[in-house]
Design a protein around this ligand. Structure first.
Ligand SMILES: [Zn+2]
Length: 534
């Protein structure tokens, strides 16, 4: 499977190189630029095109529901295809009774960053489950193209202010704090809260060794009213970023409640060159939520702990080590460094750090071993130490996670040629973003190009490209064949079309109905939602 994908991908790269006129010194040809996108019900917008040397560091890794994107040229040929976490979802984690858990909230809109070859074309974004087109936008690779400002600039007061000047901007992580629900005369309270949160998290756990590698910034933005929305209690406030408490079971997911609010926060982050944007919402109730480099926290005292843990995901690619959550497939291989389905001394990815002698290592023991229970799974997945910041708040990073922090900062060198967008560093390999300039990046996905021609040379077949190659299914009425077709729907054939087809209850089913904890609120649950057991 992987071999075929690589072979096909090579063909794509060759096509790109053939079109390249830059005469560059890389065997694979074209340089890349960074692109910020925003997606909502009206489609896809390209917000900004800029040098890949300024690509934001933060990514919030998602376990499922990746959006698929492709760049196609004027004749419909695919230049590149990749996938990114579904930006329309937000993630929240919370500690209750000593245990962390996570939940997802569907927003229906969101933004994030990709890199694309510097080649004009059309960018198409597709739904992860149905491959239906969510939107397309003309792509012009000219650096500096940016949309009109979104908001009334009257509310944006001055420029971003750096309050911590220890770090070299090129070798540090830049965190931008924004306040929501602070009126103009309350902005000093926002600034104080930002400083306190920043100073608390860089003093704790393992971050204290790297506190000079974080820069803190504030940007004053005035809200018209104090506090934030709380729709469960019919409270609506006129604030800069429209944050609000989540609804019902997801009350703790504090996040922008409108696409405009989220887009403004992202834009200010781009303008400031921030790697991570943190909105502080003006309420003391516990809560926070994250989506792709943007997150919101409240004034609750747990803020620094939440930020510490979330940056473990966003910067260091660390997985959650707790064993409760949704219903994921357990015992799967993990690409993240601190969770694995291998449970012996020789096979764990951290074998060189092992000190324990018993495998699986009993709970409560010290040292580095393989402790069963990790990655939302009580069985079949292992973590390196009994406890870690990625398992419960208020805990230091374990040795394996600490090593990832070291590696991250070791790799954070200044760009060799800032501004020309022409670098193609080795760190881009397998980092979650498809980079054709590397030639064999596994982040690039082999997907159907919807050209109406079944390109068997490229590996398209009825299994992976029904649109071009036709259905493999000779009996469209056969419920249980894994293909939702014929007269099947989520009501009469859940195993092909509904929640039962997903294998995990946290996303959209083949027919477009939903299987998540908020589908009842949205009124779009599949008929067989009961199989999810919410
Ligand atoms: Zn987490």
């Amino acid at each position: 499977m992987k071999t075929r994908a690589s072979a096909r991908f090579l063909a794509v790269v060759i096509a790109v190189a053939g079109c390249s006129s830059d005469g560059g010194n890389k065997s694979s040809g074209t340089s890349e630029v960074a692109v910020d996108l925003f997606i909502d019900a009206s489609g896809v917008r390209i917000e900004r095109v800029y040098s890949s040397s300024q690509f934001p560091l933060a990514k919030f890794h998602n376990h499922q529901n990746n959006l698929v994107y492709e760049l196609v040229d004027d004749s419909g040929g695919r230049i590149v295809a990749g996938q990114v976490p579904d930006w329309r979802m937000a993630y929240t984690e919370a500690m209750a009774d000593g245990t962390l858990s996570y939940a997802t909230q569907r927003l229906g809109w969101g933004g994030g960053s990709i890199r694309l070859p510097a080649q004009a074309g059309t960018l198409v974004v597709r739904d992860p489950a149905t491959r239906a087109e969510l939107g397309r936008a003309a792509f012009n690779p000219t650096i500096g193209r940016i949309r009109q400002a979104l908001a009334n600039d009257d509310d944006i007061l001055g420029a971003p202010v750096e309050f911590s000047t220890d770090g070299d901007a090129n070798q540090a992580v830049d965190l931008l704090f924004l306040g929501d629900g602070f009126t103009e005369d309350q902005l000093p309270q926002f600034e104080e809260a930002s400083h306190n949160l920043f100073n608390a998290f860089i003093a704790a756990h393992y971050y204290n060794f790297f506190n000079a590698r974080f820069n803190g910034w504030t940007q004053n933005v005035r809200s018209r009213e104090t506090g934030i929305d709380d729709s469960d209690n019919a409270v609506a406030k006129d604030t800069a970023f429209d944050t609000g408490m989540g609804m019902g079971d997801l009350r703790r997911c504090v996040f922008p409640t409108t696409s405009e609010g989220q887009a403004l926060a992202r834009k200010l982050g781009q303008d400031a060159g921030a790697d991570v944007v943190i909105i502080i919402s003006n309420t003391t109730e516990y809560g926070g939520c994250a989506s792709n480099g943007l997150f919101a926290v409240t004034m609750d005292a747990n803020g620094p702990e939440i930020v510490s843990h979330e940056l473990g995901h966003a910067l260091f690619n660390l997985a959650d080590e707790y064993d409760v959550g949704a219903s994921p497939p357990c015992a799967h291989d993990s690409s993240q460094p601190n969770v694995t389905n291998h449970g012996t001394a020789d096979t764990v990815p951290w074998a060189d750090l092992v000190t324990a002698s018993e495998f699986p290592t009993p709970a409560g023991s010290g040292g580095v071993g393989a402790f069963e229970g990790a990655g939302y799974c009580p069985q079949g997945m292992f973590r390196p130490e009994d406890n870690c910041l990625m398992r419960s708040l208020g805990t230091p990073f374990c040795a394996v996670c600490a090593r990832e922090v070291n590696r991250f900062f070791d790799g954070l060198a200044p760009p060799t040629d800032p501004g020309d967008g022409d670098e193609c560093p080795a760190e881009w390999y397998d980092d979650g973003i498809c980079d054709p300039c590397l030639g064999d990046d596994p982040d690039c996905v082999d997907i159907c190009d919807y050209s109406d021609t079944c390109d068997t040379d490229w590996g398209e077949d009825c299994n992976n490209c029904e649109a071009d190659c036709g259905s493999c299914n000779t009996d469209p009425a056969a419920c249980g064949d894994g293909i939702c077709d014929g007269a099947e729907n989520d009501g009469n054939c859940g195993q092909d079309c509904g929640c039962a087809a997903l294998g995990q209850c946290d996303g959209v089913a083949p027919t477009g109905c939903w299987c998540d904890t908020s589908c009842a609120d949205w009124g779009d649950c599949c008929a067989d939602i009961d199989v999810c057991g919410f």
